[in-house]
Write a protein that binds this ligand. Structure first.
Ligand code: PDD
Length: 282
C-alpha cells in the first residue's frame, strides 16, 4: 500500500509526491529536518522537536512554511492518514525553489515535506546485542547544532563502519569524541556517573539526550557534561548512544576493544527501560 506523503499543503500518494529540481534543498542542501518516533500512535517529545526546528530555521534565516501549531496539526493528520502507530515521522523544511544563486533568494517560498516510516522502534533486537562502533575524524562543518540535511559525511562514515564490520562510527575532534554519526555519545563511569559532551556548536542538541539527562537526574543518577577521549570511552564501564529513532542504545565495542565486559550492561539496560516507560508521557 502506498504511503501518503505531505508536500506543501497537499497530501499525495508517495509516487506522486514531487519537489522542484530548483529546490535549494536539492541544489545546496539548504534545508533542515526533524525525525520523531511514534509509539502507541503518538509522537514522542514532539514539542521539543518542533522548537529545535524553529531554532534551526532561525539560525539559517530561513522562513518557516507555517506556524509550529500548524505543523503539529499536519503531523497528526499524517499519522492518521498513514495509520501509523509505531515508526518514524520525517519532516523537512527547505528554503524552496529559486533560480540557482548562492545568496538566499528573497522570493523563495519555503517547502515543507513529511513522510512516515512504519517500523518497530521499541522492540529493537540491537538493544539486546549492542552496537560496535569505530572512530573516525569529525570532518563535518562547525554548525552541527543546526539540524541540516547535509548528511553526506555521516553517510560516508556509516559506510566505512559497515565495510569494517562495525555498526556505526563515533566522531573525534582534537582527541575528544564529539558525537555519533546520527546520535549523541555517552559513557558510564565505574561510579555510575553518566558522561556526555556539553552543548555547543560541536554537536547536535539531541532531544533524546535532554530527556535522558532529565530522567537520570530525577533518579539521582549523576550526569557530567564534558568531552571524553576514545581511551576513556574504551576504559569506561558502559557506553551508549541516544537518538529519537534509537532511544537509548548500548555500545559494546569501540575500535574493536570491548567496553567493560563487552556485553550490554545494567546501567544502559535500565536507562533504556526508563526512557521507554517515560517516553509516552513526553
Ligand atoms: N539523528 N547527533 C546527530 C548528528 C544526529 O543526527 C542525531 C539525530 C542526534 C540525536 O538527536 P535526537 O535525540 O534529537 O534525535 C545527535 C536523527 C535520528 C536522524 O538523522 O535520523
Amino acid at each position: 500500500m502506498s504511503r501518503t506523503v505531505y508536500v506543501n499543503g497537499e497530501y499525495f500518494p508517495e509516487e506522486d509526491a514531487k519537489i522542484s529540481v530548483f529546490d535549494r534543498g536539492f541544489l545546496f542542501a539548504d534545508g533542515v529536518y526533524e525525525v520523531c518516533s511514534v509509539t502507541g500512535g503518538k509522537l514522542i517529545d514532539n514539542q521539543a522537536h518542533l522548537e529545535r526546528l524553529q531554532r534551526s530555521l532561525d539560525e539559517l534565516k530561513m522562513d518557516a512554511p507555517c506556524t509550529l501549531e500548524e505543523m503539529g496539526a499536519i503531523q497528526t493528520e499524517m499519522l492518521k492518514r498513514n495509520e501509523l502507530t509505531e515508526g518514524l515521522l520525517y519532516l523537512q523544511v527547505t528554503r524552496g525553489a529559486a533560480e540557482r544563486d548562492f545568496n538566499f533568494p528573497p522570493e523563495a517560498k519555503p517547502s515543507l515535506v513529511m513522510f512516515t516510516q512504519a517500523k518497530k522502534v521499541t522492540e529493537n533486537p540491537v538493544a539486546e546485542k549492542g552496537l560496535s562502533v569505530i572512530t573516525l575524524p569529525d570532518l563535518r562543518w562547525h554548525r552541527r547544532d543546526i539540524k541540516t540535511v547535509q548528511l553526506l559525511y555521516p553517510s560516508m562514515c556509516k559506510e566505512e563502519a559497515k565495510a569494517k564490520g562495525a555498526d556505526d562510527a563515533w566522531l573525534v575532534e582534537d582527541g575528544q569524541i564529539t558525537e555519533g554519526t546520527s546520535n549523541n555519545a555517552w559513557i558510564v563511569l565505574e561510579n555510575g556517573t553518566l558522561v556526555t559532551r556539553q552543548l555547543s556548536n560541536d554537536i547536535l542538541h539531541g532531544i533524546t539526550r535532554r530527556a535522558v539527562m532529565r530522567f537520570a537526574r530525577e533518579r539521582q543518577i549523576k550526569v557530567e557534561e564534558r568531552p571524553f577521549t576514545v581511551e576513556e570511552a574504551q576504559g569506561a564501564k558502559e557506553a551508549f548512544v541516544t537518538s529519537a529513532s534509537a532511544f537509548v542504545m548500548p555500545v559494546v565495542s569501540i575500535d574493536g576493544k570491548p567496553v567493560g565486559s563487552g556485553a550490554v550492561g545494567e546501567t544502559v539496560k535500565g536507562l533504556r527501560k526508563i526512557y521507554l516507560e517515560e517516553a509516552g508521557k513526553l
